[in-house]
Design a binder for this molecule. Structure first.
Ligand code: PLP
Length: 471
């Protein structure tokens, strides 16, 4: 592509992005397509000769965009947010133009050194003590995989990578019933095997892991000749925001020499506000912690912050140095590809640096505090509304509710969530709580205002009334 054309289309793409964001309020949140609608419009084979940017861009607008769900929409209340604050988008434009592979210090010293610095900014921001070192992973799933591999290697005296698992007693990992499926996958991929992921029951308002049951399970495994390796605790579980008692989990884990990893993928962003930190009290005793600035904090996906108390154990587990990756003659440098499973790494620190500087911690705290307050306000309004019940109380900005207008409770609430999403004003998802369907609500979009909560209340109550009407 010629320089002039590159310049023109870069400008058009940036302008398009600005208009797109500005117009989101008018769009239905979830894509209104049926399966195959988009695929049907895409050519079956690649073109032999090049096409014009005009044509390509027109197809992007006409074919692709109608099939997009708008994650930056102010009334995206489904799943968890994936906020990309405009300032982080700008940083990503630059990163995509530079397109460096930041696997080693020498393949882009600035990327490595900025990563070290901004992750230390983040460490301070969320109140983790000095001594924790940070690295940016592509996802919480990758961070958790790295943690599981580290706990496995530690338990196997650093011999698992070499000898495989067959020669060793079964490695055992413990987690509550509330943890994310990325934990199951890490257990599969690490070769530990699902039957060695011990599910500890959870209870109470925060569905916390039963610590006495954890200790009993560890003791039973030890006496059966198995190899307890680590515990994965959660702060802000995906379904309903479950929070383990990290201090108690760490106490038990420590007593038995086990590694503790904390998955706070969503809730970790809120820890920039001191008043929310009791939810993960004891976190300073963990061996590693992951949270996703790409969820609630506003850093364009992908950006997962992984903090490690003792990176030597992680590097011992994952580093591999063929001659072509060695950097001779430089001591004390960090090669972050030794801290993660993939070798290649994007330059992810720039968007965090831009984000933290542009908004400042107080700016980001104000956003998160509003979300929590507004979401809790909606829970109070729904609690008072006839026919509604709050199923799980708000944890930060996440709660679940259901409408009680029918004998077929699950069927009715699934129909309600579907009708709400077809309506388009807001977007919600469902979960199961103690076996029964509940509708999740989380507030987290950077573009949201309090008025959007009012629209959510109206959409939810109006559609529920309509569905309950006998026809
Ligand atoms: C979103 C989420 C994950 C997965 O995050 P990825 O970055 O997509 O891998 C893991 N755990 C919890 C609690 C989550 O909310």
């Amino acid at each position: 592509m010629e320089k002039n054309e590159f310049a023109e289309w870069s400008r058009r793409a940036a302008d398009w992005g600005v208009d797109y964001r500005a117009g989101l309020n008018e769009q239905p949140v979830r894509a209104r397509t049926t399966p195959g609608d988009i695929a049907r419009q895409i050519a079956a084979a690649p073109p032999l000769s090049g096409e014009s940017m005009e044509m390509i861009f027109a197809d992007f607008e006409n074919i692709v965009m109608p099939g997009m769900t708008h994650w930056q929409h102010p009334r995206f209340f489904a799943y968890f947010p994936a906020n990309a604050a405009p300032v982080s988008v700008i940083a990503e434009y630059l990163v995509s133009a530079i397109a460096a592979q930041c696997m080693l210090w020498q393949t882009s010293p600035a990327a490595t050194e900025l990563e070290t610095k901004v992750l230390d900014w983040l460490r301070q921001a969320i109140g983790l003590p000095e001594g924790f070192c940070g690295v940016i992973q592509d996802s919480a799933s990758s961070a958790t995989l790295a943690a599981v591999l580290t706990m496995r290697e530690r338990a196997l005296s650093w011999n698992g990578n070499k000898a495989g698992l067959a020669a060793n007693p079964a490695v055992r990992v413990y987690a509550s019933t509330q943890v994310h499926t990325s934990i199951d996958r890490a257990i599969w991929v690490s070769g530990i095997g699902e039957q060695n992921l011990v599910r500890i029951p959870s209870s109470g308002p925060l569905k916390s892991m039963d610590v006495a049951a954890l200790e009993a399970a560890i003791l039973a495994d030890k006496s059966a000749g198995l190899l307890p390796a680590g515990v994965i605790a959660c702060t802000g579980g995906t379904s309903i925001g479950a929070c383990d008692n990290i201090a108690e989990v760490a106490r038990v884990a420590r007593a038995h020499g086990l590694y503790v990893h904390v998955d706070a993928a969503w809730a970790g962003s809120a820890m920039i506000c001191e008043e929310f930190r009791p939810l993960w009290a004891g976190v300073e005793q963990a061996d590693s912690v992951v949270f996703n600035p790409h969820k609630w904090l506003g850093a364009q996906f992908d950006c997962s912050a992984h903090f490690i108390r003792n990176p030597t154990d992680l590097v011992k587990t994952l580093a591999i140095q063929p001659e072509y990756l060695k950097t001779h003659g430089r001591d004390g440098i960090v090669n972050y590809s030794e801290w993660s499973v993939p070798l290649g790494r994007r330059f992810r620190a720039l968007k965090l640096w831009f984000l933290l500087r542009y908004h400042g911690l107080e700016g980001l705290r104000a956003v998160i505090r509003n979300h929590v307050r507004w979401s809790q306000g909606l829970a109070e309004r729904l609690r008072k509304e006839p026919g509604f019940e709050i199923v799980t109380e708000p944890v930060l900005s996440l709660f679940s509710f259901r409408h009680t207008g029918s004998a077929d409770r699950d069927g009715h609430n699934i129909a309600l969530v579907n009708a709400i999403n077809e309506d388009g004003r807001i977007y919600l998802t469902q979960t199961r709580v103690d076996g029964a369907i509940a509708i999740r609500f989380q507030a987290g979009s950077f573009e949201m205002t309090e008025a959007d909560i009012g629209i959510a209340f109206e959409a939810i109550t109006e559609i529920a009334r309509r569905l309950s009407k006998p026809d």
